[in-house]
Design a protein around this ligand. Structure first.
Ligand code: PMP
Ligand code: GLN
Length: 391
């Protein structure tokens, strides 16, 4: 027997960069701008509802698709913000975070050998889920254009579609680049999906974090003509309500796509986090002011971090959304983001994430690193002070 008992197809994946970099932050006492988690709690109404649910007996298995109150709140939220109409009984499934929704949908929709078109850099779980399903990823590279905004080449996207294409896996607002896909870009993707009769799985965990100065507001691709019936839309409470440890996500869309996801999901976790489900229902029902205030808070913290990075000599690429901004290390003499991030704690006591780990074509991201700004202003200011040691 070989020493490594892991199935061959998973061996390339190792430990996630988030675990590695968070461990480095702890062991070096550095400021952790690597893994994307807020350092403050979410809305008090949500926390109070969770405590109340825990004390009042909501501690057994919830129904497989999620408790009715949460499904109703998801439907109402999607109607309020995006004008989407969804049947709470057949078109919603609550999952253990967006991560499980991504995994279960890919496992439920892809035969071995099917191809999944995605945009690199991509969130790390996408590659692992595609591989677990025995499917094949067809990455299209996002590259900074002349104004620094990440763009893709239309020809490259067209060429990624073929007879085995089963899904497009889309993420907007996009981690790690902070790109918000424009309506024109989404329309092109939608047209190709219709031409090739392909479904879309769309990860919109940052749906409330397209900043007001983005070229475009967030547009769920499901709202484009002809796309509602072929789109599975995924979101999660973690980012919008600053509770990344709760792992409450969901997938919505046509019953056939939701059912395929749910039938796999029932054998992954079955259900999760009973007392947190009613609390997320409360959070989804908060007034618009919560959502705009949350976005404004992140946008001003983005600006604060960008100013600090720019002062330190990084070439900062525009972030239009999410918790993240990417920076080019070339002006600081860096060539390899992984080496740079491993040495950053010793050099200045800050942790970031090399984005090359999110690419198949690693050269395209070798010189780029990602910083999270979902942190207290005092923490961002302290990081900015520390960056000055780099020059
Ligand atoms: N998708 C993206 C793009 C993310 O950044 C994250 C990290 N929150 C996830 C999915 C995972 O979300 P969750 O924690 O709800 O599983
Ligand atoms: N989504 C978070 C990020 O991109 C981390 C999630 C994780 O640790 N798996 O930083």
């Amino acid at each position: 027997m070989t020493a490594d008992q892991l199935v061959a197809r998973m061996r390339p994946f190792g430990t996630t960069i988030f675990s590695e970099m968070s461990a480095l932050a702890v062991s070096t006492g550095s400021i952790n701008l690597g893994q994307g988690f807020p350092d403050t709690d979410g809305p008090p109404e949500m926390l109070a509802a969770a405590a109340e649910a825990l004390r009042s007996g909501a501690n057994q298995y919830p129904p497989l698709p999620g408790i009715p109150a949460l499904r109703a709140a998801i439907v109402e939220h999607d109607r309020r913000f995006w004008g989407l109409e969804t049947d709470p009984d057949t078109e919603v499934v609550v999952t253990a975070g967006a991560t499980e929704a991504v995994a279960a949908s890919i496992l439920g929709l892809c035969e071995a050998g099917d191809e999944v078109v995605c945009f690199e850099p991509y969130y790390d779980s996408y590659a692992a889920s595609i591989t677990l399903a025995g499917a094949v990823r067809r990455p299209v590279t996002l590259r900074p254009g002349p104004d620094g905004r990440y763009v893709f080449d239309e020809g490259e996207l067209r060429a990624a579609f073929g007879p085995r294409t089963r899904l497009v896996l889309l993420n907007s607002p996009h981690n790690p680049t902070g790109k918000v896909f424009t309506r024109d870009e989404l329309t092109l993707i939608a047209t190709l999906c219709q031409e090739h009769d392909v479904s879309v799985v769309t990860d919109e965990v940052y749906e409330h974090l397209a900043f007001t100065d983005a070229v475009t507001p967030h547009v769920p691709i499901a709202t484009l003509p002809g796309m509602r019936e072929r789109t599975l839309r995924i979101s999660s409470a973690g980012k919008t309500f600053s509770c990344t440890g709760w792992k409450i996500g969901w997938a919505t869309g046509p019953a056939a796509l939701v059912s395929a996801t749910q039938r796999v999901k029932q054998f992954l976790t079955f259900v999760n986090a009973a007392p947190l489900q009613p609390a997320v229902a409360v959070a989804l029902g908060l007034p618009d002011s919560y959502f705009t205030g949350f976005r404004a808070g992140l946008q001003s913290r983005r600006d604060r971090l960008v100013a600090g990075l720019t002062d330190a000599g990084f070439r900062v690429l525009p972030s239009e959304g999410t918790y993240f901004v990417t920076a080019d290390i070339t002006p600081l003499g860096g060539t390899d983001g992984a080496d740079f991030c491993r040495s950053l704690p010793a050099r200045c006591g800050v942790v970031a994430v090399p984005t090359q780990v999110f690419y198949d074509h690693k050269e395209a991201g070798r010189h780029l690193i990602r910083f999270a700004f979902c942190k207290k202003e005092s923490v961002i200011d302290e990081a900015a002070d520390r960056f000055r040691k780099l020059t």
